[in-house]
Each structure stands twice: as C-alpha cells, then as structure tokens.
Write a protein that binds this ligand. Structure first.
Ligand SMILES: NC(=O)c1ccc[n+]([C@@H]2O[C@H](COP(=O)([O-])OP(=O)(O)OC[C@H]3O[C@@H](n4cnc5c(N)ncnc54)[C@H](O)[C@@H]3O)[C@@H](O)[C@H]2O)c1
Length: 361
C-alpha cells in the first residue's frame, strides 16, 4: 500500500484527497493516509468527509505517519518551505502548479530533490488531456510544419478571483498569470519540447477585483518568444461573469507553416441547461466520470490522471526504481522551474512596462 499525505486541505487539496480515496476503493494499492492544514475548519471538514486524521502542521503529520509521499496544495506562493521540509524528511513530493512564484525558491527545490535523489513532480495536468497529447504528437510528426505562433487562453469566472485567489490567506499574492497562466505556459513548452524562453512582454487589467476589496490583477495578457522562433500569447483572467456556462474558458491554438490546430477544452460538444444550474458546458475532459467494474460511477479525466500518476510513480520507486528512471515520463521540478522563470518575467514586465530578457533572469 502506498501512503500519501496531503498538505493543504482547501479547495484543491480536497480534490487530491478524493482522488487518493477513490484509488484506495478502486484498486486498494494507494491511499490518502492523512492530511495537514493550519485551519481548524479545513481539518474538521477533511476529517468528516475523508475519515482520516488531519494534523495542524506538516511537521506533526511527518512525525506520526509513515508516508511514501506528500502532496503540497497550499497557495501558490507558499509551496517552498513545505516542499523543502518534505524533502529534508526524505519524502517524495507532488507539488501543485506553479512550483513557486519565486525563481530562486524554484531552483532550490529542484536542486534539493536531485541532491537527495527524491521525486519532485509538479501537477501540470494539461499534459494528461488526450486532446493535448494528440496535438503534441501531430506537432512532433510534422503535420503543422514549422511552428510560428501560438495562442492560449484560460479565463475564469469572478468567484475564482474573489473566493479563491483573492482569499485573505493568499495575502494579495494571487495572480491569474500564476494560477492559470502556469498551466498554459507549461502546456505550450511541453508541446514544443521545451525550447528556451527568450523574451516576455505583458500588460494587465485591474479595477474590478479592487472594487470588491481584492487588490490583484483582473486579467493579464502576456506574449513570450522562444528560441525556436515561436511566440505564444497567454490570456488569463478571473473576471468572467459568474453566470458563464462553465467555471472557465480555456484552450490552445498552435499555428505552423503547414496548418494549425485549436483545442477548445471548455466546449467539447456537450452543452445543456437545467433549472438548477442554467446553461452549462460540462468539463468531461478534466472532471470526467467512468463506470468502475462494480458499476459505480467514479472520477476519471486528466485532473484525476495526474494525481494517480504520482501514486503510480511512488509505487515504482518503492519497487526499487530511482527518480532518474522516470525521467521524461513526469512533469519534473526542472520543467517547473521553466514555467516559474517565464512567470517571473511576465510579472516583471507587468510592473515595469518593459520587454524582459528571460535569459538574464
Ligand atoms: N491543478 C489545478 O487545476 C489547480 C486547481 C486549483 C488550485 N490549484 C493549486 O492548488 C494550490 C492550493 O489552491 P487552493 O485553491 O486549494 O487554495 P485554498 O486557499 O483553497 O487552500 C489552501 C489550504 O492550504 C492551507 N495552508 C496554508 N498554509 C499552510 C501550511 N503551512 N500548512 C498547512 N496548511 C496550510 C490553508 O489553510 C488552506 O486550507 C495552489 O497552488 C493552486 O494553484 C491547482
């Protein structure tokens, strides 16, 4: 049995706990053994809903539980101390995106995992979307010719700005380019086999969230050029009307000398309207469902797949593999550093209005 601890049982930590609980029910080979959260409310809710112990700190969880790995699901700027503590305790780690919002911190975590020969995997789950895998294989096979430009968009409804990245414990540090943009930055880099990022230029919109007491960016538009000659624009926002038919609009377009492909991962053909929810486009790619052998409808889709991948990697490591044996098969901390480097450049450009030379960071 693989025992996993989760640090941070907020909105997304609960998705982690749910995925590992389901894995335990479905296959019996991995489980959420315990979790830690500073908030008593989160601990009470987690203990009630998942039936496992919630500790008030990572340190106490590590002291009392025999864990094979830990997932870190705290706000974007609060990953570093917890990841470093897990690595110091000899634990493999799965960390939410972005690896960090600080370049030195990101590099330190990647270096520490290598030095200790531990797995440090980042939750870049867009790589598990079969539509993105198809796009990557088409690009690799030359169907689009030489890539010239790309466009990614990820735009969330207002309540993500007010009730998620604008929460008080995010300390005014939430940013659509970190929370959403990192997904798309990693996706585009992965699609292109990680060309070196060269320059970034970004502009942002403020005002809507500020008027609601959250002094963070409403939206950010950033263009990043890469050493392969491709420029990709990333539009991110957290101010779509809450009445929008999905929590978010998201997609990617890649254009080359021989053609283009657009993946719209919000609207994939399933649309309807109910009295309870109004117009809806269910995200069956991310939060999909399938029938288990016993007929139970269980979670499937790329969100779950990325978490299960960590559990399966832990099993391989427990059987004697080294993190180096998994190289190229998981979203590594070194790849996480690339997204952090680009994110830092985007925020520097936002603050200075200048074109930022990413190679000088
Ligand atoms: N992969 C995805 O699609 C996805 C979606 C949502 C969130 N996320 C990521 O997950 C992370 C968490 O986001 P969220 O929306 O769940 O945030 P959240 O604010 O809802 O939850 C964070 C939790 O961490 C706890 N916490 C903070 N510091 C802690 C510490 N030192 N020790 C223990 N607990 C601590 C808080 O009390 C809170 O309960 C972020 O990095 C975010 O970007 C990823």
């Amino acid at each position: 049995m693989i025992n996993i601890g989760v640090v941070g049982a907020g909105l997304y930590g609960r998705v982690h706990l749910d995925a590992f609980k389901q894995r335990e029910r479905e296959r019996g080979d991995a489980r959420a053994a315990a979790f830690a959260d500073l908030s008593e409310t989160a601990r009470r809710a987690g203990e009630r809903d998942f039936g496992i112990k919630g500790y008030p700190s990572l340190e106490e969880m590590l002291e009392h539980e025999d864990l094979d790995g830990v997932t870190v699901v705290t706000p974007d700027h609060l990953h570093h101390r917890l990841v470093m503590a897990c690595l110091a305790a000899g634990k493999h780690v799965f960390v939410e995106k972005p690896l960090s919002t600080d370049l030195a911190e990101a590099e330190e975590m990647a270096g520490e995992a290598e030095r200790r020969n531990l797995l440090l995997q980042v939750d870049f789950h867009k790589r598990f979307d079969p539509y993105h895998v198809d796009l990557k294989l088409r690009i690799r096979g030359g169907e689009l010719g030489n890539l010239q430009y790309g466009y990614c968009w990820m735009e969330d409804v207002l309540r993500v700005g007010t009730d998620m990245i604008g929460q008080p414990h995010w300390g005014g540090r939430g940013s659509p380019a970190w929370f959403l943009g990192t997904h798309m930055i990693d996706l585009s880099c992965w699609l292109m086999d990680f060309p070196e990022p060269v320059r970034a230029y970004a502009t942002g919109g403020r005002g809507k969230l500020k008027s609601l007491g959250r002094d963070i960016y409403d939206s950010i538009k950033a263009t990043v050029s890469y050493a392969n000659g491709v420029a990709v624009t990333y539009d991110t926002a957290v101010i779509l009307p809450d009445s929008h038919e999905a929590v978010l609009r998201q997609g990617v377009k890649m254009v080359g000398t021989e053609g283009f492909l657009v993946v719209d991962s919000q609207y994939r053909g399933s649309r309807g309207c109910t009295t309870g929810e109004g117009m809806r486009t269910p995200n069956c790619g991310g939060f999909g469902r399938k029938f288990a052998k016993n007929g139970e409808a269980i979670k499937a889709g790329y969100i779950n797949d990325s978490l299960v991948d960590f559990a399966e990697n832990l099993a391989e490591l427990k059987r004697g593999a080294a993190p180096a044996d998994l190289a190229g098969r998981y979203a590594s901390a070194r790849e996480g550093v690339v997204s952090t480097r680009i994110g830092v450049a985007i925020h520097q450009s936002l603050e200075t209005g200048a074109l930022v030379d990413i190679r000088k960071l």
